[in-house]
Design a protein around this ligand. Structure first.
Ligand SMILES: Nc1ncnc2c1ncn2[C@@H]1O[C@H](COP(=O)(O)OP(=O)(O)OP(=O)(O)O)[C@@H](O)[C@H]1O
Length: 208
């Protein structure tokens, strides 16, 4: 369960969002929508605990979440398999071979990560999510650099592996991941209604 109540957050000292509330049960995903600068990354950073909220409450099981940003976070000097093995060891978990298949990197497993294409690197970065076994995922534009087939494959992983196993995901994205997810337009929660991105709200009206 992830419960967010009346959350307010700032970036660089400037209030960005206010009154953000939503609840996600196991197996549910929320897609954050909004134009550039609306505050999607800021909200994800607060949810992931990378910066404090200005106000409001969050309830989730401690230590059960993971945040993936635009950065791939792969280690260039290690092979694809060694990268995943590194993450598995860090979390004290076995490396499931299915992850290599799910993210279509099995044929690349012995390649140096530093020599991968941008999209291949991104698939490797995302594959970490399948290794670390965290129940709540905060994902910021996870499909950057991915081709259409890889986007569909990632959407299928979120749906069939993560959510189907009782996971939760909050995803900022401008594209369709093919998920049956709730969507929330965060312009409804702008802290400064005079900004062109939107106005402030305190209700569920942002859910599409
Ligand atoms: N380090 C920073 N210092 C000050 N302001 C920042 C900083 N990073 C972002 N901002 C501002 O905070 C606001 C929210 O930015 P944020 O990155 O959360 O938007 P976003 O919805 O994720 O945008 P995008 O779709 O472009 O990724 C914007 O007005 C942005 O210019």
């Amino acid at each position: 369960m992830l419960k967010v109540t009346n959350l307010a957050c700032s970036r660089g000292g400037v209030p960005v969002l206010t009154g953000v509330s939503f609840t996600l049960a196991p197996g549910e995903a929320l897609v954050l929508r909004g134009p550039n600068g609306a505050g999607k990354t800021t909200l994800l950073r607060v949810l992931a605990g990378l910066q404090p909220a200005d106000a409001g409450e969050m309830t989730m099981q401690a230590g059960d979440s993971a945040y993936a940003s635009h950065a791939d976070g792969v280690k260039s000097a290690l092979t694809v398999r060694e990268n995943l093995q590194f993450w598995a060891s860090l979390y004290g978990l076995p490396l499931p071979d299915a992850v290599l298949v799910d993210f279509d990197i099995a044929h690349l497993e012995h390649r140096l990560a530093g020599n991968l294409s941008a999209g291949q690197k991104r698939r490797l970065g995302l594959a970490r999510l399948g290794v670390i076994g965290r129940k709540i995922l905060f994902l910021d534009e996870p499909t950057v650099s991915l081709d259409r087939q890889s986007v569909a494959r990632f959407g299928a992983w979120v749906r069939d592996r993560h959510l189907a196993a009782g996971g939760i995901a909050v995803i900022a994205t401008h594209i369709d991941l093919g998920l049956e997810a709730r969507e929330m337009d965060i312009t409804a929660f702008r802290a400064d209604p005079s900004r062109p991105e939107g106005r402030a709200a305190q209700s569920d009206e942002a859910f599409l």
